[in-house]
Design a protein around this ligand. Structure first.
Ligand SMILES: [Zn+2]
Length: 415
């Protein structure tokens, strides 16, 4: 694919490739259910290295706090008061092996299927973005682990932006903030972030996929628990007395609309997804997640659940049902719709690079969504990686360069 020459210049004149390869070799896999923060002490090892690297680039105030967050600040060189933060996460996903990553470099990619160890094949027929990267430097794992471009490509892009700006003091820039976070993959990425230390007016996470993806909308997310309590009695003497909660839990799940499931929906369609069922004949709890882009759909989903319960309890009045709905996270668009200037900088940056942003609503959450509701509007920008959370993860070095180029252009455009 055609890319603006700034991306190539960043690859040629900064240590982008070396630093990305060094980051992915660092074991920073998050640990679900861990009692500590960060969830793995290894995340802090990368954090310390990033602080040392920032200092080496001349950012003397770089520091890591006791929770493993890395913060750094670059002052404006032209009196622009606006403060822009660039954020990426240091941990990698827990979905597949993430320790002992051995990156493999495929120079001048020829367009064929990439065969790796352990029978892992990255086929351009499945991963069609590969076809756009013929001639590029493709980086994969050896096939036995994930790669960790999610989100070390984001860190490498931000670091190379810093290096490039230090080498180009003639580029007028606002106040710049850098923040690297732990434990994003287990949903805790901003649990202990210190927004005073971030000290920014708005921010960007570089945690998206292929160029030129930009996200400023994500799911509204709720969890729902429905507990059905029956009547328990010795099965030998149960005639006309027992109410078996398992039978009603089965009916309940069966009555959930099947077209409104993750496996039957995409784009902006909402879903109700049963994720767990526990209990016995006396009492059963069904756990679900509710997802939608608009709050009205969440209300509709709650009503669907309540209507099913009404049908069941009308059929069997002795069945006792309790429900609990809890908010998990909200669509950042609720905040972003009044702060679209933050997105406009990205749009202009990508247009300056001769391309158009591709706006995708995220069928999930982002740290940026939580940050937006904490008062720091924060859309998400591509970092280059593809096939996240799997042994088939890959990234074109040129696309990390593009992400760094977008960051440089944002800096140039914030006046
Ligand atoms: Zn990520």
């Amino acid at each position: 694919m055609k890319r603006h020459q700034l991306a190539n210049e960043i690859i040629k004149t900064t240590s982008l490739k070396e630093r990305f390869l060094a980051y992915v070799k660092e074991d920073t896999q998050a640990v679900g259910g861990s009692e500590t923060f960060p969830s793995s002490p290894k995340e802090k090892i990368l954090g310390e290295k990033l602080v040392a690297e920032l200092k080496g680039l001349g950012i003397g105030n770089a520091e890591m706090d006791s929770n493993g967050y890395v913060y750094a600040q670059m002052p404006s060189n032209c009196g622009v008061k606006k403060k822009v933060a660039f954020i990426a996460h240091m941990d990698v996903a827990t979905d597949c092996a993430g320790e002992g990553v051995k990156p493999v470099i495929h120079e001048n990619y020829n367009g064929s299927a990439i065969k790796l160890n352990g029978g892992t094949v990255i086929d351009p027929e499945d991963s069609t973005d590969l076809k756009k990267c013929i001639g590029d430097t493709i980086i994969t794992s050896d096939g036995t682990t994930l790669l960790g471009a999610d989100d070390k490509a984001g860190i490498a892009a931000i670091m190379s932006m810093v290096e490039y700006l230090q080498k180009h003091p003639e580029i007028k820039r606002p106040e710049i903030r850098v923040c690297f976070t732990p434990d994003e993959e287990i949903g805790r990425g901003v649990d202990f972030i210190d927004l005073k230390k971030v000290d920014a007016d708005f921010a960007y996470t570089f945690d998206g996929g292929f160029p030129y993806e930009v996200n400023y909308e994500n799911f509204n997310a709720y969890s729902a628990k429905v507990t059905l309590k029956g009547v328990s009695i010795h099965p030998g003497y149960a005639k006309d007395k027992m109410v078996n909660a398992i039978r009603y839990a089965g009916k309940f799940v069966d009555m959930l609309p099947k077209t409104m499931s993750p496996e039957r929906t995409h784009n902006r369609e909402p879903f109700i997804h049963p994720v767990g069922i526990t209990g016995g004949s006396e009492e059963v709890t069904v756990s679900m997640i509710l997802r939608s882009f608009v709050p009205e759909d969440i209300d509709r989903e709650k009503q669907i659940i309540l209507n099913i319960i009404e049908v069941l309890t009308a059929e069997e009045p002795r069945l006792q049902v309790t429900t609990a709905f809890n908010q998990s996270y909200l669509n950042m668009y609720e905040i972003m719709k009044d702060k679209m200037f933050v997105y406009d900088y990205v749009k202009k940056a990508i247009e300056d690079l001769g391309a158009e942003p591709e706006i995708h609503p995220i069928r999930g959450g982002t740290d940026g969504a939580r940050l937006s509701f904490m008062g720091l509007p924060c859309p998400n920008i591509f970092a280059g990686g593809v096939n996240f959370h799997s042994q088939k993860e890959w990234v074109a070095l040129e696309n990390i360069g593009l992400a760094a180029a977008v960051a440089v252009k944002i800096v140039e455009n914030v006046k």
